[in-house]
Structure formats: C-alpha cells, structure tokens
Write a protein that binds this ligand. Structure first.
Ligand code: ATP
Length: 239
C-alpha cells in the first residue's frame, strides 16, 4: 500500500502548502483526489514521486511510505524503480520526437521489458500504434494524454499517479480516458487520480479524498461523495 502520513510540505523554506495530509492508496484500487485550484493536489503527487526538490519544495513533517518503507527521501528514478510512475499535469510530451520515441523514453528503467511493455501500451491505445512514427507535437490533446499515460506505463508500474488527465479535453475524450483508467486498473495497476473534474474522478474511483488549502477535508467511498450535498454543490455543479 502507498500511504501518506501527516505530510507537511514547504516551498522555498517558507510557503507552507501541505498542512498535515494523510491518505492511503490500497493496492488494486483507484483512489480519487479532488480539490479546487491551488489546494495542493499537485504538490502531494510531487511529494510521492520525488519531484519536490526540483520545485524548491521539501517535506518538513510526516512521511510517504510504500509497503511500510519510507520513500520520501528517494530521488525520482529510485521511486520509478520501486514501481510508482507519474503522468504530469499538462501531458509534457517531447513534441519533436515520434510517438514511439516518447514511449521508449519511459522504458529507461526497464530496458529488458521494453518490447513487452510497448506491446501492452499499443494494445491499450491502438491510436498510438497508428501514429507511432508521427511527431508527438502533432497529436491532438487527447492523443497526447494517451501518450503521456503510455509513457508512464512503459516502466510497468504498480502505481500510476495521474495529474488531471481530463484537463482541456472534450467530454467524449474525457469518457475515453476514464474508460482507459478503468481498463489499466483492471489489468492490475493501482491508480491515484488527481482531478478537478469530480464527476469523472468519482465515476472511476472507489474511494475519494477532497483537499482544501493544504488539508484533507473529506475522505469517503466515492458513492458517498457523489451523494454529499457539498460535493454536489461545489464540485458537481448540482447545487
Ligand atoms: P492546480 O490544480 O492548480 O495544480 P493543486 O491543487 O494541484 O492546484 P498545487 O499546484 O499543489 O495545487 O499548489 C498548491 C499551492 O502551492 C498553490 O498556492 C501554489 O501557488 C503553491 N505552489 C506550487 N508550486 C510552488 C512552487 N514551486 N513554489 C512556491 N509555491 C508553489
């Protein structure tokens, strides 16, 4: 299990952004993390995947553990090697490189399994196979999201962290990405899904957390969150 315990994160030694966050991602599940802009969701993912340093952030209290071992002092490569792979917000594919070259980059921790992982990714995303020789910069937003997810899957992770995969996508594509998350999860990958699109996240997650200004304010099964009046009003626009 991946667990975050009472985590405090500070940027530039002064800006306190996570104020004692705890959450758990049990193996095999999809866990949703909701919250408005600036709540600290991306910061939490950075803390899990070892990316705080490059953003001048640091853990000042609490810990991140994987199967009980602390991982919050490891660097990003070591964390990928432990089986945790993140898809950054905004996709960030290498636009001048081909689709397949982008995927190969994701395989650097597991060069031996590259062919098998590439086959799995092309099975999941046939669109990427069709476009394998094309420059990634020419893909649509939805295809770039698939490529970013495919690249993260090239290390065959146990845990996949997704940062707002639905951002900027048309509703039909959001549904496609949601179905792909379900499929990836059914093949054995545990998912932590950060989303501002609450209805999307709660339609795929079994459990959900809601963050506000650096704290978890709700922690419930997704079905209960969907039924919560505050969630309906503030996150689902049904108020
Ligand atoms: P978003 O949906 O906009 O990504 P978020 O919930 O993911 O929101 P974060 O990106 O984690 O939130 O940001 C939380 C707070 O930390 C914000 O106030 C943001 O301005 C601040 N912050 C993020 N990165 C840095 C940084 N490198 N240095 C200083 N402050 C930062």
């Amino acid at each position: 299990m991946l667990a975050v315990n009472n985590l405090e994160v500070v940027y530039d030694d002064v800006v306190l952004v996570l104020r004692g966050v705890s959450l758990q991602v049990p193996e095999g599940q999809v866990v949703g993390l909701l919250g408005a802009n600036g709540a600290g969701k991306t910061t939490l993912l950075r803390a899990v995947s070892g990316l705080l340093d490059i953003h001048h952030g640091a853990v000042t209290r609490g810990q991140v553990t994987l199967d009980g071992d602390r991982i919050d002092h490891l660097d990003p490569q070591q964390i990928v090697a432990r089986g945790i792979s993140q898809v950054l917000e905004g996709r960030r594919v290498f636009g001048e490189f081909s689709v397949e070259e982008n995927l190969r980059v994701g395989a650097h921790t597991r060069p031996k399994d590259r062919a098998a992982n590439l086959e799995r990714v092309y099975d999941l995303f046939p669109r990427l196979l069709e476009r394998r020789a094309q420059a990634a910069g020419y893909l649509s937003g939805g295809e770039q999201q698939m490529l970013a997810m495919g690249r993260a899957l090239m290390s065959n992770p146990r845990y996949l962290l997704l940062d707002e995969p639905s951002l900027g996508l048309a509703p039909q594509l959001v549904a496609t990405i949601r179905d792909l998350i379900t499929l990836i999860n059914s093949q054995g990958t545990t998912v932590l899904l950060v989303e501002q699109n609450a209805s999307m996240a709660l339609s795929v997650a079994g459990h959900g957390y809601v963050m506000e200004t650096g704290k978890v304010v709700m922690d419930k099964p997704a079905a209960e969150l969907l039924d919560d009046d505050d969630i309906k009003e503030f996150y689902l626009g049904l108020g």
